[in-house]
Design a protein around this ligand. Sequence first.
Ligand SMILES: [Zn+2]
Length: 196
Amino acid sequence: MKIVIPSIGLYNFKTKTNSPVRIIAVKDMNGEIIYVRKFSPAVYKFSINFPVGGCYDIMSDNNTDIYIVSTEPLYKPYLPSLPITNFDGNHCSGKIIERAGFDGSPASINLQCGHIVVNEKFLAMPKYAREFILAHEEGHMSHESEDDCDYYALKKIIDNGGNISPCLHALNNVLSRNVNNNIRIKKFIDTINKLT
Ligand SMILES: [Zn+2]
């Protein structure tokens, strides 16, 4: 369903009927998925940060009607900056180079020039995942460990008025299932749980 978000802020929603929702996804005016969240158990109310006002499409798994109950200032829990541990990098150039077919992760950063190289897998991802991945790569300019870069990406997205749950969703869907990645996701969840 289409919904108008008049201005920046945290919007509290309710389902109009007695049917709870399990999955929420939000598309922006360009049709890009900017938010996704899975609830377990299903819920009758939820909240989403909108860093930009406009017309959005809110989709739920059961197509129930959803309406805005109230608005608040953006939810921005404080995350302290990590100490910088990697002195090899200069600055992220912000330049993104599309290169088809390289193996492994959907993106990587060249620490000398700060350019981020992405592949087709990256380009096919929803916007919220691309934003998280780019922020993670930027994190490698100042941090070495994957955990620290995940934290850096989470902090950047929160500081910019974004939402926490799509970050977890992005990380969950990028990483393959193995022991090390499971530990990495667990650490990320621990960080999020301390915030909420
Ligand atoms: Zn990394």
